[in-house]
Ligand binder design. Structure first.
Ligand code: CP
Ligand code: NVA
Length: 310
């Protein structure tokens, strides 16, 4: 999205498909060159990124920090409680101030309206590092991982089983942008938000919402799940009870295509949404997926600075 003439990376639904494809191509190319030991230029030399975390993170924090540094830039790590944000300074003023210091802001904050408010008042690119509503940077790494293992995602089939959470929302956006089929099995009590269903109707994305996880995974190329209790969620015990039938285990994986892969954004809760046998089994690509956060986040950063070329 270009708000205030600035490239924000807030949601996959706001960025044209060709742009997302350029980001992935750039990410894949940088990864290949790094693996081959080839020197990579530093397109973000002299640039700085503020990383604001109002919630915990391992992958997002490490991948953005390293991505920025490996592209020649530098980072500043800030947590909500250490900032005046934690004492009531407004999001708008925080955006105005940070924009005077740094060249881009990546933020993890649960309230999606806070993210959009930050982007509205920032005069530098803002990147969504996860809100309660979406997690677009994760799904860029996920699509990259799918394509490494199974080839182009366009026209393929993917199943989601479990909670209709932030990661799922970004997968729904990706189904539209990258044109693949997504079958989503969630319990009635934890169904997708109306806005996400409206997005599917409006865009005619090939997304099918259903209840039965066995029906969802039948013959698909990829099975995905995520935690049953996301950051900020209450009623953990109730969620566990409702989501138990949505666990990804060997019996469920056996219904997918024989070459299907298993993905999970991590952190996983082993024995809950996924069994050890699946997590550690031959179909699991979860650690490739984690690694690809680094490569995909380079693409996202470079795109924000209009440096992906092509
Ligand atoms: N997948 C993901 O975003 O992980 P972190 O919470 O560790 O950043
Ligand atoms: N859905 C999870 C993803 C964590 C990376 C959460 O929001 O906690």
């Amino acid at each position: 999205m270009k708000g205030n003439g600035v490239r924000h990376f807030l949601d996959l639904s706001e960025i044209p498909a060709e742009e997302l494809r350029r980001v992935l191509d750039f990410s894949k190319d940088l990864k290949a060159r790094r693996k081959a030991g080839e020197p990579v230029e530093k397109p973000l030399a002299g640039k700085s990124l503020a990383m604001v975390f109002d919630k915990p993170s391992t992958r997002t924090r490490v991948s953005f920090d390293l991505a920025m540094r490996q592209l020649g830039g530098e980072t500043i790590m800030l947590t909500g409680q250490e900032m005046q944000l934690g004492r009531g300074e407004t999001i708008a003023d925080t955006a105005r101030v940070l924009s005077r210091f740094v060249d881009a802001i990546m933020i993890r904050i649960l309230d999606h309206d806070d993210l959009t408010e930050l982007a509205k008042y920032a005069t530098v690119p803002v990147i969504n590092g996860l809100t309660r509503i979406s997690h677009p940077c994760q799904v860029m790494a996920d699509v990259m991982t799918f394509e490494e293992h199974r080839g182009p995602i366009t026209g393929r089939s993917v199943a989601w089983t479990g909670d209709a959470n932030n990661v799922l929302a970004s997968w729904v956006h990706a189904a539209d942008r990258f044109d693949f089929t997504l079958k989503v099995a969630t319990p009635k009590e934890l169904s997708p938000r109306q806005a996400l269903k409206d997005f599917v109707k409006r865009t005619k994305a090939k997304v099918k919402f259903m209840r039965d996880p066995e029906e969802a995974v039948e013959g698909v190329d990829c099975v995905i799940t995520d935690t049953w209790v996301s950051m900020g969620d209450k009623e953990a015990e109730r969620r566990h009870n409702i989501l138990k039938p949505y666990q990804v285990n060997s019996a469920l994986m056996a219904r997918a295509d024989k070459d299907a892969i298993f993905m999970h954004c991590l952190p996983a809760h082993r024995g809950e949404e996924v069994t050890d046998v699946v997590m550690d089994g031959p179909q699991s690509v979860v650690f490739d997926e984690a690694e690809n956060r680094l490569h995909a986040q380079k693409g996202v950063l470079a795109w924000c600075f209009d440096a992906v070329g092509g």
